[in-house]
Design a protein around this ligand. Structure first.
Ligand code: NAD
Ligand code: LMR
Length: 325
């Protein structure tokens, strides 16, 4: 193997997304079929043994690209020299917990992890936050990593993007590959806005190929509440599809794409307050996300983008008040 292995750190590695994710990373799907990887699994002490079990299975796959596995409960060790960090482990919402409690609990995780990334990661570190509330957890981690360029902290809305592709493809009876320029705006939450006014199917605007009632009353809520529907059906939150979206996000970030959705720090584009980590239509060029500019936003879209962005600014204000950023 000529190339130096790239260190990829996965937090919450013993969880259900971790189990769906690690084997795909090790097989070369995250970075490319010719890029050797070294995996670092970060877990809480109680789950280290389970992570060791997953590592045994990774060994048993004899992946040609997997050059080593490290398992630790110490963030400084886990992120030491890492070029990709997938922050999956988070505190799930429990009965009786308010949103503020959830933000506070996650602040206790993502603040120290952001600092450990700041102090130990490689210069080219790229961070994807999957653990919910993903956008605000990414903001917390970023704010604890002043030496890392701010745009290296991103949150995942690619699962929402893929869900939107799949719902529209089913409605129009076309392959997903015929759909271009899909966009998710805002927060990875029920307020997100999947936008069909810029999406194209067969070269024509998607919104003009479906009736308005379906777009408003079926498409948008189905995509936005899909996470809850999966929990209801499966008795557990999405895992394989979330892992798949994480792979898509990082692969495109590193290898380039002309159009997808990712939550990245706002530069003020489209009236989204600078600094919050919000989903936009993005391209990836030379290993950097760029917000696609120049889209006309009509009143219908404006109202929905604003509502989701408002939720993000409220989350930012709440974590500020809690002293987490
Ligand atoms: P899970 O409960 O199966 O696994 C989470 C793992 O994280 C556990 O093994 C736990 O021990 C670990 N963990 C907790 N605190 C940690 C810490 N401080 N450091 C390292 N590890 C820690 O959960 P899951 O199903 O794998 O989901 C993980 C997160 O991803 C949840 O917050 C979930 O809501 C979120 N999620 C996000 C999306 C998205 O699209 N952004 C989609 C699906 C799930
Ligand atoms: C999802 O979108 O599947 C996850 O974020 C889980 C959830 O709580 O919706």
């Amino acid at each position: 193997m000529a190339q130096t292995p790239v260190k990829v750190t996965v937090t919450g590695a013993a969880g259900q997304i971790g189990y769906a994710l690690l084997f795909r990373i090790a097989s070369g799907q995250l970075l490319g079929a010719d890029v050797p990887v070294k995996l670092s699994l970060l877990e809480i002490p109680q789950a280290v043994k389970a992570a060791e079990g997953t590592a045994m299975e990774l060994d048993d796959c004899a992946f040609p690209l997997l050059s080593g596995i490290e398992i630790t409960d110490d963030p400084n060790t886990a992120f030491d020299g890492a070029s990709v960090a997938l922050l999956v482990g988070a505190m799930p919402r429990k009965a009786g917990m308010e949103r503020g409690d959830l933000l506070e609990a996650n602040g206790g995780i993502f603040g120290p992890q952001g600092k450990a990334i700041n102090d130990n990661a490689a210069d080219d570190i790229r961070v994807l936050v999957v653990g919910n509330p993903a956008n605000t957890n990414a903001l917390i981690a970023q704010q604890h990593a002043p030496d890392v360029p701010a745009e290296r902290f991103t949150a995942m809305t690619r699962l929402d993007h893929n869900r939107a592709l799949s719902q529209l493809a089913a409605k129009l009876q076309v392959p997903v590959t015929e759909i271009k320029k899909m966009t998710i705006w805002g927060n990875h939450s029920a307020t997100q806005y999947p936008d069909l006014f810029h999406a194209e199917v067969g070269g024509k605007i998607a919104a003009e190929q479906v009736d308005e009632a379906w777009l408003r009353d079926t498409f948008i809520p189905t995509v936005a509440k899909r996470g809850a529907a999966i929990i209801e059906a499966r008795g557990a939150s999405s895992a394989a599809s979330a892992a798949n979206a994480a792979i898509d996000h990082v692969y495109d970030w590193v290898n380039g794409t002309e159009w997808t959705s990712a939550a990245i720090p706002s530069d003020g584009s489209y009236g989204v307050p600078e600094g919050i980590i919000s989903s936009f239509p993005v391209a990836s060029r030379d290993g950097k996300w760029e917000i696609i500019q120049g889209l006309e936003i009509d009143a219908f879209s404006r109202e929905r983008i604003d509502a989701s962005v408002r939720e993000l600014t409220e989350e930012r204000d709440a974590v500020r008040q809690l002293g987490l950023i």
